[in-house]
Structures are given as structure tokens and as C-alpha cells.
Unconditional design. Structure first.
Length: 438
């Protein structure tokens, strides 16, 4: 189906940000590993998080959707795969990465797979790293990608992994490590991208009763170019048990970016609820970005207010810690005056799509002047209307719909927003931006 603008009227008002997808995934998995019953409030029920619910159920957790919460009776870390077939994770890369390490806690074999897109996502770095911890995991196609077979057994010990590709590899090892036989020491090699996502993992692990010692040291040799010193991050996790708890999921800054950007591009005023001042989400940087581009941002304990006259200016921004904002910022840049330089997002090339390439190719269809780089892009403001393709990427579909505030736009395969923001059309309508699927 195609996503189009239906009506635009009185942009602004009050709207609630959807729950965090990242925290929802982690809450489901940790509650499933915990001993006892957890109640998860404010959960996001999207295609991706439903994949996490499905795999955790298959491995033994009892999960029930109640009127006011998701109730999870955990396994106490003792998993058992009840499926004779590979477990289908659909398009959820987060679920695949986080559960690859966790699946080794099952007392029988687990095969994790997904749709055609998911089977293109690289997993070799994670597989190689966890093999040093006594986990027997391998790609069944011998290409470092799903489907992945994970056999029982998690000894623990020491391992390392590059931090330059995906923070989810790191989170996967950390989440599973308290339930290993000996505990885990993990060294993260430079460059450590998307660090805030790991901070989110440590935050929710603590709420479920597991603690991680975090430190670092400086290595003075040729580990990076020009023989400069580099930082090695170290995480020590002792053998522990997860404990059940009641947990409330906070709002998602990456999903809220579309609501905020709508006001910034069109002009107007809005209050976005369920965004927390002390959030550890890296995508909170969208507030700083919008302010630099010309919007007025006021941050309160649990909500944000934004005002804009619709006149935005280009900026220079490094998104290494917030790659999920890439397409939103690219669209903002295309709607702003001047040139915006986006850097630090080489790891965005291994998301649902190669997000640097797909974003550039779709902007070019709208006559946008840009230059693509290995780790980002340079965009000069100015676009026309037209037809673009989501390329199966939920974030592209949502971000490019914002161009419809000032130009006719149609997004082919626009229904994919269900992956992370199932109420996207309804939420946008609350601030006067009405979209429809045709």
C-alpha cells in the first residue's frame, strides 16, 4: 500500500510519544529470563516487539497481554525450545541479535531465522565473539547471517568485539552473561558506536536485579591510525539471577522525532508527552538537533514542548550515537535552507536497508542536491514532490511522509511503519497531519 497525505490543518497540539521500541524489546527478554512474575506497563506492541514476545514464549516464558500490562512469568534462566522448526523473527534485527546469545541458555538446539531482509543482516562478528565464551553458534548457510543454529551451553570467560558495527551485539552478550556458568568479561574495541544503547541495556539490567562493572583503559600503541592511543571499554559481569519486577516503558525519542520534525518543518507549537528529561536514549539528541536548526525546544521532566516558524537552517551533525535518526535528519535537511553535513553513520549501512544509500537514492528522486559519503551525506535544502519507495524500511516511510507538509509526496510500500510505530497515522493526525494508506 502507498502512504499519502490526506489533509493538513492546524498543525500542533498535545500528543503522547509511543513507547520505546528498544526498552520494550529488552523488558520482554529480561522478564522472560527472570525468576517470578513481571508486569510490563506502557509496552510497545509492534511487529518487531511481537517477534521478541514470540521467541520468548517459544523458549518457555508464559506471556499474557492484560488490559493494562504485559504479564510475564519468567523462566529463571532455564530455557527450553518448544518448536521443532526454526523460530521466525520476521524482520526484527534487534530480536535476532539480542536472542542469539540468550538462545544458548536453552537445554536444546535453537534455530533463529526471519524474512528475506533479516537474512541479509551480518551476524558474523557476534557469532565469532560468543564462540570464545563456549557458545556453539553458527550460520547454517555459512555466510555469517541467519538462519543461525545455537546449541546448548554458555560457559563464559573473556571475549572482545568491535563496537563499530552494532551496539546490539554488545547488548546481546551483556544481557545473557549473568546466566553463564562463570560470568563474562567483555572488551569493546574502538570505535564504540551507539554507546547510549548499551547504557540503556545496563540501565534495564539493573532494574531486573543484575549489575555490571563498567570500566575502560587506554591502550598506547598502533591500534588505530597514526599510532595514537585508543580507549578499550571493559564490562565485567558476575554470575547472577534476574529478578522479576514491575516496569514501565518510557517514550521513544526516535519515534517521537517524526512528531517533533512535523512541527519544526511546518511551523506551530506542540507538547509531546512521555519523553523523559533523564532518559538514557541516544536519540534524545533530536532535541538538540532541532534547536540548532532553528526550532525552540523546552524540556520538562516528562514532556517536551516545541515551537517553530517553519524556517530551518542547515547544520553539521555527527550521528554516530543515534543512527536511527539518520533519515529524519536527512529529511529535515532537505526541507531547510543551506547545507547539512551528516557524519558518523557508517553503521547505518547494515540496518533494515543500507540507510545511507536508500535515503540518498530516494531524495534524488525528489530533485534534492546531495553528496553521499561512506559514513554519511551532505544535503543542500530544496526538494520537489514525487513518488519514492520505502524500500521496506519503516523509518524511511515515516520520515519521507513529512515532505508532504510542503510538497505532494507518495511513499510506495508505506505501510511498513507497523514495524516500530503501529499508531503512526493516528498519532500524526492528533497534531493535524492526516495521512492515509491507499
Amino acid at each position: 500500500m502507498n502512504l499519502k497525505v490526506k489533509n493538513i490543518s492546524n498543525i500542533g497540539g498535545v500528543v503522547k510519544a509511543p513507547p520505546s521500541k528498544s526498552y520494550s524489546h529488552r523488558a520482554i527478554i529480561l522478564a522472560s529470563l527472570a525468576k517470578g512474575t513481571s508486569k510490563l506497563y506502557g509496552m510497545l506492541y509492534s511487529e518487531d516487539t511481537l517477534a521478541s514476545i514470540n521467541v520468548c514464549r517459544t523458549l518457555g516464558a508464559q506471556i499474557t497481554k492484560k488490559d493494562d500490562c504485559l504479564e510475564v512469568i519468567g523462566t529463571g534462566g532455564k530455557l527450553h525450545n518448544s518448536s521443532e522448526n526454526p523460530i521466525d523473527l520476521a524482520n526484527s534485527g534487534t530480536t535476532l541479535r539480542l536472542m542469539t546469545s540468550v538462545a544458548s541458555l536453552s537445554d536444546n538446539d535453537v534455530i533463529l531465522t526471519g524474512d528475506e531482509s533479516l537474512q541479509t543482516r551480518p551476524m558474523d562478528l557476534l557469532i565469532n565473539s560468543i564462540n570464545y565464551l563456549g557458545i556453539d553458534a553458527k550460520s547454517l548457510k555459512d555466510n555469517g547471517k541467519a538462519p543461525i543454529l545455537i546449541k546448548p551451553g554458555y560457559v563464559g570467560g573473556e571475549t572482545n568485539i568491535s563496537g563499530s558495527v552494532s551496539s546490539q551485539y554488545i547488548s546481546s552478550i551483556l544481557i545473557s552473561s549473568p546466566l553463564s556458568d562463570k560470568g563474562v568479561t567483555l572488551f569493546v574495541l574502538p570505535e564504540f558506536k551507539s554507546r547510549p544503547y548499551v547504557d540503556m541495556t545496563l540501565d534495564i539490567m539493573k532494574k531486573f536485579g543484575c549489575h555490571v562493572f563498567k570500566g575502560f583503559y587506554i591502550k598506547h600503541d598502533d591500534c588505530i591510525k597514526e599510532h595514537k592511543s585508543c580507549r578499550i571499554d571493559e564490562f565485567k559481569v558476575k554470575k547472577q539471577e534476574y529478578k522479576s519486577c514491575d516496569y514501565t516503558v518510557e517514550g521513544d525519542f526516535s519515534s517521537a522525532s517524526y512528531l517533533l520534525a512535523c512541527i519544526a518543518i511546518n511551523g506551530g507549537h506542540a507538547k509531546v508527552l512521555n519523553l523523559f528529561k533523564k532518559s538514557k536514549q541516544g536519540d534524545k539528541v533530536i532535541l538538540e538537533i532541532l534547536e540548532k536548526m532553528g526550532a525552540c525546544i523546552e524540556i520538562y521532566d516528562d514532556y517536551v514542548e516545541i515551537s517553530s516558524d517553519g524556517k530551518l537552517k542547515g547544520i553539521d551533525i555527527n550521528l554516530s550515537n543515534a543512527p536511527d535518526l539518520l533519515i529524519t535528519v536527512a529529511v529535515l535537511a532537505a526541507m531547510a535552507e543551506g547545507t547539512t553535513n551528516i557524519t558518523g553513520v557508517k553503521h547505518a549501512r547494515v540496518k533494515e536497508t543500507d540507510r545511507i544509500d536508500t535515503t540518498c537514492r530516494q531524495l534524488e528522486k525528489l530533485n534534492c542536491q546531495l553528496e553521499e559519503f561512506e559514513d554519511g551525506m551532505s544535503i543542500t535544502g530544496g526538494v520537489s514532490g514525487g513518488i519514492v519507495d520505502s524500500c521496506g524500511d519503516h523509518r524511511l516511510a515515516m520520515a519521507f511522509s513529512l515532505i508532504g507538509l510542503k510538497h505532494d509526496i507518495e511513499i510506495v510500500n508505506g505501510e511498513v511503519f507497523d514495524v516500530s510505530f503501529p499508531n503512526f497515522i493516528e498519532s500524526m493526525a492528533e497534531i493535524g497531519f492526516e495521512l492515509e494508506l491507499v
